[in-house]
Design a protein around this ligand. Structure first.
Ligand code: GLU
Length: 499
């Protein structure tokens, strides 16, 4: 049975790297008919941020990758918030002490600081491990009597893992064999003096209890893998399989994509809007991206299907996804590419759906207009749009008469006989009873031929009359939408300012 989990710490808005991790877990679970869990890892109270947990849940829902079990969807392993599982962890830390795999350490922060300084002045780095532990204050160096005394009188302590000394071979589903000499590692703290477990202990205890089969997480956790493997071994538990996903890199330069890159270069790195202090940060949703576009884009950040196909529905992704095709190398974040995806998804949306969204913008502008008409307009202009918010820029002339005319175009297009020609065209338009694009075009073009005019004498001034500048969709489509009255008024208006 495949059971995977996304285990974020609620320390702020969910970065898109986190969304990608959640997505890969979701795809993997659904592909194998398994469960996708959300566990909130909030044992580090000092980094807890109000609202972050809610944000994570809303973000996953908006992306359309809901979890099967987790906070708010309690299953048989509830609770799913680590702060509510506090009592569970101490027992496991004690078990490791009994087994001789962990020990009490009484060193104060000051003691450790002094050690560090001493090592530094000798040009060395202090590590709490096999080389130093017997010179420090812990249950391995002190007598049993002393340890008991300290515990009885309530001295502060942490519980540290007694890192074995060996060459450890591990397997990662993406990276293959990973080998490390554990002598280079430190005796990590498993349990803190505040009565809370550290990430490492809580994480592996919960993965075990929640019957997690595969741990799929970001590459930044790869250094923790040896400790996690050794913890499983120390407990005598079977370890899940591990897969560490490649980093998401900056669009240019080196290193991991950060929040600052987004601010500096003007693109979102969060799914939803988020306010930090007084600084509001726009998310993909707020910037007008569709969740399907974000998901499609993220799926290809670190994974590829082995073909040239780029557009995938969520179901196709589920079918095609596999960890074998996840790369080791970091994946560069390309803000232009996600715009491209959004453009593609916008073209796939129905005119009705787009019209509903666009109507909200129109209402804000104080324009009320029948949805059928908005639908028609959207149909005409959407080809050039990346976001629904582009519609106004692309089609404002459907809703308002030109208030100014492009000066340069006017000088170029307005000739001596232009007013006369437009008067004739207006007459033709007036007489056209079937007021739609094709018959209008036919009537006007017939007139042009009959009179021996060139198209250049007629069409550009007509466009200027309707739009105010040399842009916009097919002229006769514009006429059909704005209607006979409005078309004639706009022609009159341009004539009067030139006359
Ligand atoms: N709480 C860790 C995080 O914030 C979880 C890492 C893991 O998946 O093991 O990403």
């Amino acid at each position: 049975m495949v059971r995977v989990r996304f285990a974020p710490s609620p320390t702020g808005a969910l970065h898109i790297g986190g969304v990608r991790t959640a997505l890969f877990n979701y795809l993997f679970a659904k592909k194998y008919g398994g469960d996708f869990l959300l566990r909130i890892e909030d044992t580090d109270q000092t980094r807890y941020v109000e609202g972050a947990e809610q944000y994570i849940i809303e973000a996953l829902n908006w992306c359309g990758i809901p979890f099967d079990e987790g906070v708010g969807k309690e299953g048989k392993h509830a609770p799913y918030r680590q702060s509510e599982r506090k009592e569970i962890y101490k027992k496991y830390a004690d078990e490791l002490i009994q087994k001789g795999k962990a020990y009490y350490a009484f060193d104060s922060a000051e003691d450790l600081d002094n050690q560090r300084k001493e090592y530094e002045s000798a040009g060395k780095t202090f590590i709490y491990n096999w080389q130093t532990r017997l010179q420090l204050k812990n249950s391995l160096s002190l007598t049993e009597e002393e340890v008991k005394q300290r515990l009885d009188r309530g001295d502060e302590f942490v519980i540290r893992f007694k890192m074995p000394e060996e060459v450890l071979k591990m397997n990662d589903l993406i990276r293959g064999e990973v080998i490390i000499d554990t002598k280079t590692l430190d005796d990590k703290v498993l349990f803190k003096s505040d009565g809370m477990p550290t990430y490492h202990l809580a994480n592996i205890v919960d993965d075990h209890l929640m019957e997690i089969s595969h741990v799929i997480r970001g590459e930044e956790w790869l250094p923790s893998l040896p400790l996690h493997m050794l913890l499983y071994r120390a407990f005598g538990w079977e370890a899940p399989q591990f897969a560490h996903l490649p980093l998401i890199l900056k669009p240019v330069g080196n290193g991991k994509l950060s929040k600052r890159d987004g601010i500096k270069l003007g693109f979102p790195v969060f799914p939803l809007d988020w306010t930090e202090g007084d600084a509001p940060l726009k998310g993909f949703k707020g910037e007008g991206y569709f969740p399907e576009a974000l998901v499609n884009f993220l799926a290809l950040l670190g994974w590829n299907p082995g073909t040239d196909q780029e557009i995938f529905s969520l179901n196709e992704l589920i079918e095609l996804f596999d960890l074998e095709r996840v790369h080791k190398a970091g994946a560069r974040f390309d803000p232009e590419k996600i715009k491209w995806f959004n453009h593609q998804y916008l073209q796939k949306k129905s005119d009705r759906e787009l019209a509903d969204d666009f109507s909200k913008i129109l209402i804000e502008k104080g324009i009320s207009i029948a949805t059928d008409k908005v639908e028609k307009i959207v149909h005409l202009i959407k080809e050039r749009a990346t976001f629904v918010s582009d519609f106004w820029e692309l089609g404002s002339y459907f809703f308002q008469k030109p208030s100014v005319y492009d000066d340069k175009a006017m000088k170029k297009q307005w000739k001596e006989n232009t007013a006369q020609i437009l008067t004739e065209v207006a007459q033709i338009i007036k007489e056209t009873s079937n007021f739609s694009s094709v018959p209008l075009e036919e009537a006007v073009k017939n007139h042009i031929t009959e009179k021996g005019y060139s198209f250049g004498q007629v069409m550009p001034p007509l466009r200027l009359a309707l739009v105010g500048e040399m842009k916009g969709v097919h002229i006769f489509d514009i006429m059909e939408v704005i209607g006979k009255e409005e078309t004639l008024q706009r022609i009159e208006a341009i004539k009067s300012i030139n006359g």
